[in-house]
Design a protein around this ligand. Structure first.
Ligand code: SF4
Length: 359
């Protein structure tokens, strides 16, 4: 029996979002189950903290985005100093994308990719306070988009045929990279349609945007019947794709979704410049759908000190050659304001209306 300390570094996540579905350290929760099943003693720590009498033999630290590498290094330093005899492994996204950089943190081992032992275990939700569960119905992706690290970390696309035995909550969050690419997606949606937990229906959502190129009218209907909420369609490329995206939205509307409960997911601060991106969000406004924008950072970016309130340069955060600092910030503001207009059905944005909309 070993004592295992599982660590989520002190990432700059606001306290109220610690248990938000986007940030749950699900890999650590799976490792917790795996080690407990093997008779090990397990503790989970979120941030750099001492754990009383518990003196770990092994410390497993997770990592997230490469631009949050600093927090991983801080954790390695803190736990190495306080538990010099423990063996420290770092795994997760940053460790998998930049193993050589991660090794310089002076951890004992860098774990690259998905741990098959952990992957076979259900997350131990007793260690966190959440009202949802996370499900991977597939790993990897069938595509290789150049801005995405999925295909580097999870090179093989591995779909599951069924998830019904995993359901233990009325709210399922899919962490699939490309949910619709699963060849068994119709069966899985059928399982969700009929699933019950505590006698009540099960609702689901996807953390990633859905790959609308794989959407069909039949799949759109199945998503709706499966109580799948707030579909987010990925519009990763240029304005020239607008007809295709429009058709995907129409399929979802035909299936019963309302425009304002949908999102179009897009990448800013990347190859398509500010003015083209403005055209894209104008289309979203025309369609009455909200925009979920993601600010691009390269997969080997090791810092990000973005601050929306002050003027900055590339020394502070990554600014793509097709963009300028003011454009990155103005675009994000426009997306936010437009979403408020769409959500509340306003004619146009103003602060007073936003305040009233919140009441
Ligand atoms: S489809 Fe999505 S998950 Fe797959 S490679 Fe492209 S961005 Fe990544």
């Amino acid at each position: 029996m070993s004592k295992i300390l599982l660590v989520e570094p002190g990432f700059p996540i606001p306290a109220k979002s610690k248990n938000h579905r986007d940030f749950l350290p699900v890999g650590l929760l799976k490792l917790a189950s795996y080690h407990k099943a093997n008779g090990d003693k397990v503790r989970l720590v979120r941030g750099d903290k001492l754990v009383g009498e518990f003196c770990p033999d092994e410390i497993k630290i997770t990592s997230l985005f490469t631009y949050w590498s600093k927090y991983v290094w801080d954790s390695v330093k803190f736990y190495k100093k306080n538990y010099p005899r423990a063996h420290i492994t770092v795994g997760g996204i940053y460790a998998s994308l930049m193993p050589d950089h991660c090794k310089q943190s002076e951890c004992d081992k860098v774990f690259v990719g998905v741990d098959p032992k952990a992957e076979a275990s259900a997350p131990d939700y007793s260690l966190v306070d959440v009202d949802y569960q996370i499900v991977h119905s597939s790993r990897g992706c069938v595509r290789k988009c150049k801005f995405c690290g999925t295909w580097k970390i999870e090179p093989e696309f591995i779909p599951k045929k069924s998830i019904k035995d995993e359901i233990c909550s009325n709210r399922v969050i899919f962490y699939d990279n490309n949910l619709l690419a699963n060849p068994y997606i119709k069966d899985i949606l059928d399982e969700l349609k009929n699933a019950k937990c505590n006698g009540r229906a099960v609702y689901s959502e996807s953390q990633c945007g859905i790959d609308g190129r794989l959407l069909t009218p039949e799949l759109a209907k199945l998503l709706k019947q499966a109580h799948f909420l707030n579909p987010r369609i990925a519009w990763d490329h240029g304005y020239s794709q607008r007809q295709m995206i429009k058709k995907q939205i129409e399929m979802l509307i035909e299936a019963g979704y309302r425009a304002k409960e949908m999102y179009v997911f897009m990448i800013s601060n990347f190859e398509h410049d500010f003015y083209e991106m403005l055209q894209k969000i104008k289309e979203c406004k025309k369609w009455g759908v909200q925009t979920a924008d993601c600010r691009y950072r390269p997969l080997n970016q090791t810092f990000d000190n973005y601050n929306p309130r002050v003027a900055q340069t590339s020394a502070d955060y990554f600014i793509h050659q097709n963009w300028m600092d003011w454009q990155v910030k103005l675009f994000r503001r426009k997306v936010r304001e437009q979403n408020i207009v769409i959500r509340h059905g306003f004619e146009s944005y103003n602060r007073e209306l936003e305040r009233l909309g919140r009441k």
